[in-house]
Design a protein around this ligand. Structure first.
Ligand code: PBG
Ligand code: ZN
Length: 334
């Protein structure tokens, strides 16, 4: 037999630090704490209700009692922030300017009051500020001559943010992507003496097919056209930096990149350009794909979720807004 000459590696052997779980944990570069999670919750204008959302397995639209129970269970696991979404009781009540978005008796406003009453400062209540679930056309701003117009959309958006602040929201998070809304909301809040209410800007929000399951839940799909004239183009990352800088200058306290997994490079790029806390939104379609593949037995849900969440943290997100938070902590997947 011919003599085989095999060269051995040099003195540096990366495998030394991978030998046991203890050793791997010792040298792990990324950690996720429960306090970094924000859980999205869909609220209904009812005391008691739990309507499962077919496209988001494991999640339901909740009445206020049910919301308190779910958020209470999250708190037991160390999750201390909820992001609230709502929509009106009845489609027929939607209007061109979405005025029910700032109804003080709306589902979100009532849910905020209830949550703050139950949990006080133990819970951070974040509200999504947008018009799309309340407008009859389903767009995030006002529509004139078939176009989503920017400046006239600001007033209803500011009104909505104010109504959430009045209800007791700790953080308002505008997701509409109109230009100038951060400054407009900041001024509106400050004029009404809500200078302590923080602004989480959906600064970098892409026009994404990954929002599909959410739109079913929030009943917020546009009736005509799409959101490409206001949400960002998936091909751009420099534009993400511009959006982030604008929102920072306008007074945002925290910035968000959304979606997360298809935009890890964007999270990393924005992280490098800002000192503000950076959130990433692991959106509905990203969640639904994992759940569907897991239900088919095609992937190991626990391990895929673990990889996904660490990828988002590794890219540079400080807060992770995700539908997986409860399962990940309960199952000790991290
Ligand atoms: C509303 C809004 C959307 C999401 C958050 N706020 C949908 C959209 O812009 O169409 C998406 C959340 C998700 O998919 O999990 N402006
Ligand atoms: Zn919207």
């Amino acid at each position: 037999m011919r003599e085989l000459k095999v060269t051995t590696p040099g003195r540096m052997r990366p495998r030394r630090l991978r030998q046991t779980q203890t050793m791997r944990d010792l040298v792990a570069e990324t950690h996720i704490a429960a306090s970094q999670f924000v859980v999205p919750r869909f609220v209904l204008p009812a005391e008691k209700a739990a309507e499962p959302i077919p496209s988001l397995p494991g999640l339901a639209q909740l009445g206020r009692d049910n919301l308190v129970a779910e958020v209470g269970a999250d708190l037991e696991l160390g999750i201390r922030a909820a992001l609230l979404f709502g929509h009106p009781e009845d489609d027929a009540t939607k209007t061109a300017d979405g005025e029910l978005a700032w109804d003080e008796q709306g589902a979100v406003q009532k849910a905020v009051r209830r949550l703050k009453q139950e949990f006080g400062d133990d819970l951070i209540v974040v509200t999504d500020v947008c018009l799309c679930a309340y407008t009859d056309h389903g767009h995030c701003g006002l529509v004139e001559d078939g176009r989503v117009v920017n400046d006239p959309s600001l007033e209803p958006i500011v009104r909505t943010a104010l109504s959430h602040a009045e209800a007791g929201a700790d953080v308002v998070a505008p997701s509409d992507m109109m230009d100038g809304r951060i400054a407009a909301i900041r001024d509106g809040l400050d004029d009404a003496s809500f200078d302590n209410v923080a602004l989480l800007a959906y600064a970098v929000k892409y026009a994404s097919a990954y929002y599909g399951p959410f739109r079913d839940a929030a009943d917020s799909a546009p009736q005509q056209g799409d959101r490409q004239s206001y949400q960002m183009d998936a091909r751009n990352v420099l534009e993400a930096i511009r959006e982030a800088e604008l929102d920072e200058d306008e007074g945002a306290d925290m910035l968000m990149v959304k979606p997360a997994l298809a935009y890890l490079d964007v999270i990393q790029a924005v992280r490098a350009e800002t000192t503000l806390p950076l959130s990433a939104y692991n959106v509905s379609g990203e969640y639904a794909m994992v759940k569907a593949a897991a239900a088919n037995g095609w992937i190991d849900e626990a391990r895929v979720v673990r990889e996904n969440l660490y990828a988002i943290a590794r890219a540079g997100a400080d807060q992770i807004i995700t539908y997986h938070a409860r399962d990940a902590l309960q199952g000790k997947w991290l």
